[in-house]
Design a protein around this ligand. Structure first.
Ligand code: NAP
Length: 314
């Protein structure tokens, strides 16, 4: 009988029980226990932890831990809280989540390209007025980040006829997409994009990436979609750029503090669309199948999928 797997989270008891239930069905040969139900002996023997926003002090109690599987695709909080001495971390890489994110990027790109915020505003004023149609070929969408989510979004946008450019840390080749990297690449992307989509992880290098100076480089009248993490954009600098009319509209799904404070100026801003972190939620069924597959493979072969590079931060 393998050592029990710990489930470590800061979610509600009901939510935790639901996750453990579905994980246990997918892994009938494993015993999955919430960490608080484990004996000291079980905690010491435990080799694998499945986590969703775990308390780092709970992880430290698993003294024999070999690796951690995150139920989320974004692991910035986990990396920051566990630090460089953490055991290897496998994040969720789920083709279904990738598909949902690419769908969200396309949906909100259409929302901006088809001027929905402006038509909503006109309706409030009972104003019957046609705005000039912009063909997707004439709209340049710039993607910050060309990883699992960014590259799938680029593909979706390209098939919808948009002119797509993308930026990543290391140079990339993507069919039909102009790819850029480095500081000059970032400047070029900011200057040319009509719609800027943020899909870089939050790391020491990307925190505050879009600050006042960089927002100034953004093409006048461009819009921004942030589906990555709130702190990638400096909120006050974005508000100033919106107030000045330099940035036309921002679709924000992520914020430094979530849920977004009721007093945040983003709620009432006429040129901001606030979303409650919904662009690509984890799908329980598909994610559990992937987590289970990774655990079975490790038990059989000792092999792990690519793990998070703790020095790089993603
Ligand atoms: P990923 O596969 O790790 O890709 C990250 C991309 O960002 C890569 O192209 C990487 O460049 C680039 N990058 C990282 N640091 C950079 C830097 N300093 N300069 C330039 N490019 C940099 O991550 P992913 O799966 O696509 O996910 C991206 C982020 O989406 C997650 O970290 C998370 O924050 C967010 N997310 C949000 C939701 C939501 O519901 N809102 C859901 C899931 C994920 P290289 O290719 O050179 O490595």
């Amino acid at each position: 009988m393998p050592s029990p797997i710990a489930f470590v989270s800061r979610t509600t008891e009901t939510n935790e029980a639901e996750w453990i239930d579905i994980l246990s069905s997918a892994l009938p040969n494993e015993t999955i226990l919430p960490i608080k139900a484990m004996t000291e002996e079980q905690r010491a023997a435990c080799e694998i932890a499945i986590v969703a926003n775990p308390d780092p002090t709970d992880i430290a109690r698993l003294t024999g831990l070999k690796w951690i599987h995150s139920l989320w695709a974004g692991v910035e909080r986990l990396v920051a809280e566990l630090g460089p001495t953490a055991p290897p971390i496998v994040r969720l890489t789920d083709p279904e989540l990738t598909r949902v994110m690419a769908e969200a990027v396309l949906a909100w790109t259409y929302y901006l390209q088809r001027d929905m915020p402006a038509y909503r505003d006109q309706q409030e004023k009972a104003l019957w007025q046609e705005l000039q149609y912009r063909h997707p070929h004439d709209v340049t969408v710039g993607l910050l980040g060309l990883g699992a989510l960014g590259s799938a979004s680029a593909e979706r946008l390209r098939h919808a006829g948009f002119n797509v450019i993308g930026w990543s840390r290391s140079p990339k080749i993507l069919e039909g997409v102009e790819t850029l990297s480095g500081e000059d690449g970032l400047t070029a992307l900011l200057e040319r994009s009509d719609i800027l989509v943020c899909l870089v992880p939050l790391t020491a290098d990307t925190k505050g990436l879009l600050n006042a100076d960089r927002l100034e480089q953004v093409k006048k009248g461009a819009s921004i979609i942030n589906f990555a993490r709130g702190a990638v954009i400096v909120a006050d600098d974005l508000l100033k750029a919106l107030d000045a009319g330099h940035v036309a509209h921002a679709v924000l799904d992520v914020f430094e503090q979530e849920p977004l404070d009721g007093k945040s100026p983003f709620w009432q801003h006429p040129n901001v669309t606030v979303l409650p972190h919904i662009s690509a939620p984890t799908n329980r069924k598909t994610s559990v199948a992937i987590v289970a597959g990774n655990i079975v493979k490790w038990r059989e072969t000792g092999e792990l999928p690519a793990t998070v590079d703790m020095a790089r931060g993603y």
